[in-house]
Design a protein around this ligand. Sequence first.
Ligand SMILES: Cc1cc2nc3c(=O)[nH]c(=O)nc-3n(C[C@H](O)[C@H](O)[C@H](O)COP(=O)(O)OP(=O)(O)OC[C@H]3O[C@@H](n4cnc5c(N)ncnc54)[C@H](O)[C@@H]3O)c2cc1C
Ligand SMILES: *[C@@H]1O[C@H](CO)[C@@H](O)[C@H](O)[C@H]1NC(C)=O
Ligand SMILES: CC(=O)N[C@H]1CO[C@H](CO)[C@@H](O)[C@@H]1O
Length: 428
Amino acid sequence: MTPQDPPKPSVLIVGAGCFGLATAYTLASSGYDKITVLEKDDVIPSRFSAGNDLNKIIRAEYADNFYTDLSISAIRKWQSDPLYRPHFHQTGFLNVTSENAPQATKNVVTNYLTSIRGHPAFEGQVEEVHGAEGIRRVAPAFTGSTAGWSGYFNKLAGYAHSADASRAVHDACVNLGVEFVRNGEVSELVYGTKSSRRVCIGVKTRGNKIYHADKVMLALGANVPGLIPQLGPQVTGRCWGVVHIQLTPEEALPLRGIPVTNVRDLAFFFEPDEATNKLKFCHMGGGFTNFALSPNGLSLPYGKLEDSQFVPLEDETYIRKLLQEVFPQFADRPLIDKHLCWFADTVDSDYIIDYVPDTNSSLIVLSGDSGHGFKMLPIFGGFVKEVLEQGSQKEAKWQWKDDTKLKSTGTWRGDTATQELSKLERAR
Ligand SMILES: Cc1cc2nc3c(=O)[nH]c(=O)nc-3n(C[C@H](O)[C@H](O)[C@H](O)COP(=O)(O)OP(=O)(O)OC[C@H]3O[C@@H](n4cnc5c(N)ncnc54)[C@H](O)[C@@H]3O)c2cc1C
Ligand SMILES: *[C@@H]1O[C@H](CO)[C@@H](O)[C@H](O)[C@H]1NC(C)=O
Ligand SMILES: CC(=O)N[C@H]1CO[C@H](CO)[C@@H](O)[C@@H]1O
């Protein structure tokens, strides 16, 4: 810092998940020296964070080139930056439908491939894959019939060990002087008046401690509307069910290096986790909402961890069917570690990184990850730094949207229906 530079504002970040950690790290690396991160859990990575998981898909093919280009920049960092590289596994991504998928689900792939093939970064990286023989070529370890599977294989993709990557970013923040407060669940925002304007001057925790800062950033994932209900029309807390199966080291060995595989009408899975030999499965339908608990019409995650420790019974059915088709030897293996993983969904799948109106640029939301935020861990902080230093969000997609600007342009998942959790049968 040269003597002429104005001092950097103090920053308070609420939530040490993917977006909060990424932001703290970028700001701390850019000379911000008064950063405090408040986290609800007593451990980081937090057990409430969607990013605290064995793995997340890192891929760049989107129907919208805006996200394709950003994801490619992120992937370059996953591949080369010493902070992220140890946690990235470029196994490739196999995205298919099974034989009995609805025709509409099958049809999407052709259009989709045409749109991504136009992008130079994918040249020579993406190939169509049809039938058991095609599957066997890219994934010889799949022992099941995989009959009628059809889609594509993308080599410029893979997964990140997301808990390990989060931990690495946390540790790097600590080395840069970022202060973390655990058991720091924020219950209220604190407002004051500066030059006769209403500004957010800090936050209050459940333990009634008050923290002050020049800039307050809310990175609470699916919980954000709980703290600022005016975000309700823009963000819905939604979740998917995640389960594991336990393999022995001998069973896991032949599956090392298999591609991340998404059978769109059934579920997706990853190579066995290196440390635990667990295989993770997730049925990614339209997601589940939880309006039942909220008095003010919001869908929010359960407040306690144990309340999220189940998956809807129908998810198990999809996963068993997938196992039957891909690894029949594990078809009856117990499904363990069942839990719901929560994300902040917007109508158009666009993030929201913007000032909250009428706070005189004191309060910023980092939200709306829409289930596709983790891949941005290496570059997300840069998006926030720009907003902070430019004083406004120039990118229309990521602006705070009032009712008049709120219209669905479709999501990256297509138009799959959401179901309400309270109406579903549960598997524990
Ligand atoms: C099943 C599933 C699969 C996914 N797969 C992928 C994928 O393959 N690829 C991909 O890129 N993305 C994926 N995602 C999305 C990715 O995990 C999220 O985009 C990312 O974690 C969002 O980061 P976040 O910081 O907004 O929220 P989170 O990571 O959830 O973090 C929120 C943090 O806020 C804390 N918090 C909450 N309330 C409070 C409070 N009142 N006070 C203090 N702290 C609080 C929580 O404890 C948590 O640490 C997936 C998500 C799910 C659910
Ligand atoms: C998988 O491919 C379909 C098109 O077949 C596409 O709509 C979908 O977004 C892809 N899924 C992922 C996670 O990339
Ligand atoms: C930080 C910030 O945006 N401050 C603004 C608050 O409002 C006054 C009056 O409009 C501006 O002059 C400040 O720049």
